[in-house]
Design a binder for this molecule. Structure first.
Ligand SMILES: Cc1cc2nc3c(=O)[nH]c(=O)nc-3n(C[C@H](O)[C@H](O)[C@H](O)COP(=O)(O)OP(=O)(O)OC[C@H]3O[C@@H](n4cnc5c(N)ncnc54)[C@H](O)[C@@H]3O)c2cc1C
Length: 398
């Protein structure tokens, strides 16, 4: 026997649950299926366990997509203020960490509970441990799912199965396969918001500094992020590096300003006037972590007392410190990436409803779509906004 619904959502993550809530609240019978053992696993692990659930400054400029205009409509109709209202209604205490990033004071679990409570209130049925064996589009236009928990059918199907990052948490390429099955283009995917790896000399010279962190300005392909960088055993990470990883591809020129916001030329000249006998590594150790300064002066800069440098040498040092070339060999990949860049081509979707232009009743939302946010709550905001847009569209079509 096939159980009948108004809409079936594949994926009980941020986007899928939000979509189900919006449609359920408007009277639709909605089923959400997920192959994982519990819902919202990425929400639970997000923001170091405190879920950076939105960013008050989110605008379309914070997203990458082959079509940068695509995200505008959904983001404008479901804003950070809408999700904050929901968080406050559920009495979840939160705080702003930096740059508009809102985190739960206590735990990401509160956001999952909020979503499940809203699902229950909207009579949404959520099934976990439910693996999909086949998705058929039958003659009457219905979508029929054969799953490990039986057969389900509905006139609308929402694909919210996320991207490829963190396969151990249930991520799969399922959404992309389904998109192709229904004639959609899938743009090449790659790991985003991900640590970069180093090999060769850079790796040898830095790996034992793992744990050292310093503020930098990372620059690549005309994009700049100023924040902390963390040296890891395999390369570099930290917010500035995760951010720039979205814009970096192997072979691209990546530069770091190791003393952001400091006029390095002027500083070196001042040191040469006023601290002539001090060695460069000692002085640099006053403005950046000592071990990092020492390492720079062992391998990249000749260390001597300041009085011994001539003017061209000082200019060279200033140039190196403000534009340190870092040759990354790759990324840590999907194993640790926060997001997947690329995905279902937005050309095949309506930006106001997220519905397929080829197959009526088929929707794609959240990370599976070729829309990727910066680090800082933007990705959840896209999941909420795209999910909400599809949920409203389901209700008005149903
Ligand atoms: C470690 C980490 C920390 C993060 N922190 C933040 C943060 O603080 N702020 C932020 O904005 N973003 C953060 N992100 C990104 C954010 O988690 C994602 O962008 C967001 O979860 C995407 O939502 P989604 O609903 O599209 O996909 P997901 O949340 O990935 O949900 C997809 C769901 O589909 C299910 N699924 C997959 N394949 C199948 C299948 N074949 N059958 C059935 N079900 C399937 C999965 O089990 C999953 O439950 C973080 C990501 C990671 C990995």
């Amino acid at each position: 026997m096939t159980a009948q619904y108004d809409a079936i959502v594949i994926g009980a993550g941020a986007a899928g649950l939000m979509c189900a809530i919006a449609a359920g609240q408007r009277g639709l019978r909605v089923l959400v299926v997920d192959h994982a053992n519990k819902v919202g696993k990425k929400i639970l692990m997000s923001g170091g366990g405190r879920c950076n659930f939105t960013n008050t400054g989110a605008t379309p400029a914070n997203y990458l997509s082959a079509n940068p205009h695509f995200c505008k409509s959904a983001l404008a109709r479901y804003t950070p203020a809408h999700f904050i209202e929901l968080v406050e209604r559920h009495r979840i205490a939160y705080h702003e960490k930096e740059l508009g990033q809102l985190f739960c004071d206590e735990s990401s679990k509160q956001v999952v509970k909020l979503l499940l409570d809203e699902c229950a209130a909207a009579n949404v049925e959520v099934r976990t441990h439910c693996s999909i064996e086949a998705v058929l589009h039958v003659d009457n236009g219905e979508f029929r799912l054969r799953t490990t928990q039986g057969a389900f059918s509905a006139p609308a199907l929402v694909v919210a199965s996320g991207g490829l990052s963190i396969p151990s948490m249930g991520a799969s390429g399922f959404g992309y396969q389904l998109a192709k099955q229904f004639g959609h283009e899938v743009l090449p995917t790659r790991a985003g918001l991900v640590p970069l790896t180093l090999t060769g000399k850079h790796a040898e010279r830095l790996h034992d500094l793992a744990g050292v962190s310093l503020p930098v300005e990372a620059r690549c392909n005309d994009v700049i992020f100023r924040n902390f960088m963390l040296v890891t055993h395999r390369g570099i990470s930290g917010p500035s590096i995760l951010q720039i990883s979205n814009f970096w591809q192997p072979g691209d020129d990546l530069r770091l300003d190791l003393l952001p916001g400091i006029d390095i030329d002027a500083l070196l000249q001042e040191w040469q006037r006023e601290r002539r006998d001090a060695e460069l590594k000692t002085l640099l150790g006053e403005v950046m972590p000592k071990r990092f300064a020492q390492r720079l002066c062992e391998h990249w800069i000749a260390n001597k007392p300041l009085r011994q440098y001539n003017a061209p040498e000082l200019r060279g040092i200033a140039g190196l410190l403000s534009s340190w070339p870092l040759i990354a060999s790759g990324t840590e990949g999907y194993r640790t990436a926060e997001v997947t860049l690329g995905g279902v081509d937005t050309d095949g979707l309506s930006s106001s409803t997220m519905m397929s232009r080829h197959v009526p009743g088929l929707y794609f939302i959240g990370e599976v779509v070729d829309v990727t946010g910066w680090l800082g709550g933007y990705n959840f905001q896209w999941a909420w906004a795209s999910g909400h847009a599809a949920g409203l569209a389901l209700a008005s079509a149903g």
